[in-house]
Write a protein that binds this ligand. Structure first.
Ligand SMILES: *Cc1c(COP(=O)(O)O)cnc(C)c1O
Length: 387
């Protein structure tokens, strides 16, 4: 077993060896600019980019022309929110999102609000899911866009995307979905799910960092989007800038691998995750799962351990790489805003760990981590018996 054991796959994933191999020629002899129309170097790059675009689109059930390459899900989220709110000003200026969204959505939404948009931020239910009745009530005649993520990056909770999409379609508003954590892990079909815009990122699915895409629906309805990056008019005029050909090739390969292995890998990860949970629960009392266990990514487990802080736990687990839900600012440790939104109290939200299992984790590693976590919690609780 290699140490430290990596259980932080929601933060990023290692590049699959097959992905790296596909990319390498594009750092070497195949260095052309995909926009060079006059010679074979350009054609070779363009051909590779278009094959990758097809592979990314296929994993979403979209047409290749609907996939706009970006630098990642942060940029895709920004382009989706700012681009539609700008393009649809004549329809209205109201945006609906959720309190448990990624900062890339929440901060973009807050900026739009400062610029005059009306913003509704819906709270989740205690299990992390969006209430569909609340969503229905929040949509107004001047609502342009609803932005709700697919799977949450902290608690792994999967939203009822198809039902949300159906409500948006019925009400005639656009639906943007941040699928950075879900894409390649669980099935997504933009038609059946009524998704109009969708953010995805290669480095969350065993591809390289710094590349992602925004799905932009072309028909039924055609989404109007104002570009936020001006220049040479690349990517159908929606995102200018010379394409990162090696990264795009790697992203395409990563999507092809996920398409092929998704079902089997999801079952394997869910079994490993349940094994981890069962062992921790067998060894410790006062442990609580955050978020629904039913509607959840196969590789995610988020647990609170009463009486210990996530930070002290991490420090006693130097050979396990995982995350607490908390964000460390310079002086203080802020509990996770996601757990807070679920109604988890301050103490328990300070005591959470996020386990993110991935493609190369083994049962042996899971058993090791369960044992180490159990020992560490027992030791820390013995040191601070008043908690
Ligand atoms: C990682 C992540 C992002 C940001 O993606 P980058 O490609 O790293 O910019 C956005 N949303 C969610 C849900 C994520 O997990």
């Amino acid at each position: 077993m290699q140490k430290p054991v990596y259980l932080d796959h929601h933060a990023t994933t290692p590049v699959d060896a097959r992905v790296l191999e596909a990319m390498l020629p594009f750092f070497g002899p195949k260095f052309g600019n995909a926009a060079s129309r006059g010679h074979s170097f350009g054609w070779e790059a363009e051909t590779a980019v278009e094959l990758a675009r097809k592979r990314v689109a296929e994993l979403a059930g979209a047409a290749p022309r609907e996939m706009v390459f970006t630098s990642g899900a942060t940029e895709s989220d920004n382009l989706a929110l700012k681009g539609t709110m700008e393009a649809c000003r004549s329809k209205g200026n109201h945006l609906v999102t959720m309190a448990t969204e990624h900062k890339a959505v929440l901060d973009a939404a807050r900026r739009l609000e400062r610029q005059g948009c009306r913003l509704t931020v819906l709270p989740p239910r205690r299990d992390g899911l969006l209430s569909l009745d609340r969503l229905r009530d929040a949509i107004l005649p001047e609502t342009v866009l609803v932005s709700v993520m697919h799977a949450n990056n902290e608690i792994g909770v999967i939203q009822p995307v198809r039902a949300i999409g159906a409500i948006c379609r019925e009400k005639g508003v656009l639906f943007h979905c941040d699928a950075a954590q879900a894409f390649g892990k669980v099935p997504i079909r933009v038609e059946d799910d009524h998704i109009d815009l969708m953010s995805v990122s290669a480095h969350k699915m065993y591809g390289p960092k710094g590349i992602g895409a925004l799905y932009v629906r072309r028909r039924n309805p055609r989404v109007e989007l104002a570009a936020q990056m001006d220049g040479g008019g690349h990517e159908f005029g929606m995102r200018s800038g010379t394409l990162n050909v090696p990264a795009i090739v790697g992203f395409g390969e990563a999507c092809a691998i996920c398409a092929h292995e998704m079902a089997e890998e999801a079952a394997r990860l869910a079994a490993l995750r349940d094994r981890l949970k069962a062992q921790i629960e067998a060894g410790l009392d006062r442990v609580y799962v955050n978020g629904s266990m039913v509607h959840r990514l196969p590789g995610n487990l988020n647990m609170s351990f009463a009486g210990v802080t996530g930070e002290s736990l991490l420090m006693s687990l130097p050979d396990v790489a995982l995350s607490t839900g908390s964000a460390c600012t310079s002086a203080t440790v802020e509990p996770s805003y996601v757990l807070k939104a679920l109604g988890v109290g301050d103490d328990l939200s300070h005591s959470s760990l996020r386990f993110g299992l991935g493609r190369f984790n083994t049962a042996e590693e899971v058993d090791y981590v369960a044992r180490r976590v159990t020992e560490a919690v027992r030791k820390l609780r013995a040191l601070s018996p008043m908690l």
